[in-house]
Design a protein around this ligand. Structure first.
Ligand code: DGL
Length: 271
């Protein structure tokens, strides 16, 4: 039994959608979440900058005695996972491979679409993993750079003319390619599920990055004898790099549950 916490991070609060899955699938584990709210979004930045930020995020989390880390960010997972794994002597799980495995289980016509940040699409990481797992799959990727800022500003609801207009512009060409599965390759995007589903229609199944990572982590913890005592309820602590005002309300939207935790602000430049 190992009661040490699991570190989880994202460029902002999108990674809380992965925390939601972790709390459902590994309810006994203690979590320490860091959202780099002072520097979100990462998705339009270069790989070098994203890696530099991600290294700082990991260094902050490792100031706790962690047993594993979940990169709850598509952008960091697609650009920096291998480097972070090579530099750190603890299990690190990203969102790409588990999400791709799920998508391949779901697709029937072997045409899979991916929407994600510019950095993620540019990296080609989702496409590379899908093709490694199944050579016959056809992959269509589309960067959606306006989605993260809109989600962070609460423009997520059906009927919101701004998000619906932007989403139609991004998604209608994707729909026309005949995909039957769409990977929401950024952990902010599950908040747009209704809007995206309305445009893609009932014949396209949505697969969210982040949700599957919890299963992957569970397997890893079990294999390494690192599970916490399953009879308990784990705790969660939240840290951000900008003003934590309103954190409770905004985090509750991402977690889809009432959160009664505040977040503490840390100076990420010190790491
Ligand atoms: N949640 C991050 C991701 O999954 C958002 C990226 C960003 O900060 O642009 O990619």
């Amino acid at each position: 039994m190992d009661m040490r916490p699991i570190g989880v991070f994202d460029s902002g609060l999108g990674g809380l959608t992965a925390v939601r899955s972790l709390r459902q699938i590994l309810p006994e584990e203690n979590l320490v979440y860091f959202g780099d709210t002072a520097r979100v979004p990462y998705g339009g930045r270069s790989r070098d900058t994203i890696l530099r930020y991600a290294r700082q995020d990991v260094r902050f989390l490792r100031s706790f005695d962690l047993k594993a880390i979940v990169i709850a960010c598509g952008t960091v997972s697609t650009t920096s996972l291998d480097t972070l794994q090579a530099e750190n002597d603890l299990p690190i799980v990203g969102v790409v491979e588990p999400t791709c495995r799920r998508a391949l289980l779901v697709t029937k016509n072997k045409r899979v679409g991916i929407i994600a940040t510019l950095a993620s699409i540019r990296s080609g990481a989702y496409e590379a993993v899908l093709r490694r797992l199944d050579r016959s799959v056809e992959v269509v990727g589309k960067p959606c750079p306006l989605f993260v800022p809109l989600v962070e500003n609460g423009r997520t609801e059906r009927g919101d003319v701004v998000i619906e207009t932007v989403a139609r512009e991004y998604l209608e060409p994707l729909k026309a390619t005949g995909i039957d599965t769409l990977i929401l390759g950024c952990t902010h995007y599950p908040l747009l599920t209704d809007v995206v589903a309305d445009i893609m229609g009932p014949d396209v199944t949505l697969v969210s990055a982040g949700e599957e990572s919890a299963f992957e982590l569970k397997r890893l913890l079990k294999a390494g004898g690192l599970r916490a005592d399953e009879s308990r309820r784990g705790s969660a602590e939240f840290y951000v790099s900008d003003q934590p005002e309103d954190f409770e309300r905004i985090a509750s939207v991402f977690l889809r549950e009432d959160l009664h935790h505040t977040a503490r602000r840390i100076d990420i430049d010190q790491y």
